[in-house]
Design a protein around this ligand. Structure first.
Ligand SMILES: Cc1ncc(COP(=O)(O)O)c(C=O)c1O
Length: 367
């Protein structure tokens, strides 16, 4: 038996009829770029996120970039985030002309350590982007408090956290804006590229809507210079179908994580993920930590168990961000975690047998 890291086909099989009929509706209405299927999904997703508005865009990267741009982040500004994230978080800052400034992570949650924020705030700081990595929200209360004290925007990178909760509030609904990716492998994944920004701010939502459609509210009347970052109709229709299943899929992920945690508890060379008291974690990624990461990953691969590494090199040590001037040792916790993280197979349809098999091989490796 092999265990894939992720199996999108098995999930598609369970919703095939709903998807086919949704796609057929788009074909028959020819609403391919934006349009009613996107608008329907936007309403449903805003309600799901406990937010006033959702605006569908082309990807999670678009969502972050456009949210920052529409909040006025520009040349010479600084935006604080963590080096323990996918590069898109920092790219969005860079493509506004601003500078990414990193703070190290908390060793329990792997998210931004709020205690470190004060040390890096300058007169140029305009915003903070907490990343809800792996599906667990960052500790938002102290982040929001510091942001309020310094007049900063908070943009949540919720690209891995659809349906996650912070003290009962949905990820994405807490800051000025929340950004989501619907990349196919996400907890809520499109069948192509898509993303969304959620916000309670009607003016911001309207500006993002206009920006994503060449700065026009009315066809060929351009009130601002925008871009083409529309979500396409097929993705809107697919996402509406899949959103109905998301709560059950997230619960299945949580059940799988619980089982992994229980049966890995006696392996002292493995650190399993910790769900913070304030959090409802949705386990987009189930990452363990071990000092023998590379050897364990190879041993599991030999048994046809596929794992991932999220992420092998912290952003401040990537060639692309060498110009920021950070070095090895700048963010010791993020760097240590990057050498120890191993993402085990995780998806809602993963079976108990598959989890047992993964853990049996991990125990065999350490025996
Ligand atoms: C934390 C994080 N931010 C941003 C993105 C970018 O999203 P997309 O791939 O949809 O552009 C991703 C997607 O992988 C992500 O995981």
């Amino acid at each position: 038996m092999s265990v894939p890291f992720l199996d999108l086909k098995i999930q598609y099989n369970t919703i095939q009829e709903e998807i086919t009929s949704a796609l057929q509706n788009v074909l028959e209405s020819t609403s391919f770029a934006g349009g009613p299927f996107v608008e329907k999904f936007e309403k449903e997703f805003a309600a799901f996120c406990q937010s006033g508005f959702a605006v569908g865009v082309g990807s999670g990267t678009d969502a972050l970039w456009i949210a920052l741009l529409c909040l006025g982040i520009s040349q010479g500004d600084e935006v604080i985030t963590t080096p323990n994230t996918f590069i898109a978080t920092a790219e969005a800052i860079t493509f506004c002309g601003a500078k990414p400034v990193f703070v190290d992570i908390d060793e329990q949650t792997y998210n931004m350590d709020p205690d470190l924020l004060k040390d890096v705030i300058t007169t140029k700081t305009k915003a903070i982007i907490p990343v809800h990595l792996f599906g667990q929200p960052a500790d938002m209360d102290p982040i929001i408090k510091i942001a309020q004290e310094h007049g900063l925007f908070v943009i949540e990178d919720a690209c891995q956290a659809h349906g996650a909760e912070y003290k009962g509030r949905r990820a994405g609904s807490i800051g000025h804006a929340g950004c989501f990716s619907f990349y196919p492998g996400k907890n809520l994944g499109a069948y192509g590229e898509a993303g969304a920004v959620v916000t309670d701010n009607a003016e911001l939502a309207e500006k993002i809507k206009r920006f994503r459609d060449h700065g026009q509210a009315k066809k060929y009347f351009h009130s601002m210079i925008g871009w083409n970052a529309r979500m396409d109709g097929f993705q809107g229709a697919v996402l509406s179908v899949k959103l109905k299943h998301l709560p059950a899929w997230n619960e299945a992920r949580r059940k799988n994580a619980k089982l992994y945690n229980e049966i890995l508890a006696d392996v002292d060379k493995v650190q399993t993920p910790i769900e913070a008291d304030y959090a409802k974690h949705v386990y987009h990624i189930y990452a363990i930590r071990t000092k023998k990461r590379d050897a364990l990953m190879s041993a599991l691969a030999e048994k046809n168990i596929s794992c991932g590494i999220h992420y092998p090199i912290s952003l401040h040590l990537q060639d692309a961000y060498r110009s920021l001037g950070y070095t090895q040792g700048s963010f010791p916790i993020a760097e240590k975690c990057a050498t120890e993280f191993l993402s085990l197979p995780m998806f809602p349809e993963l079976t108990e047998n598959q989890i047992m098999m993964v853990v049996a091989e991990i125990k065999f490796f350490f025996s």
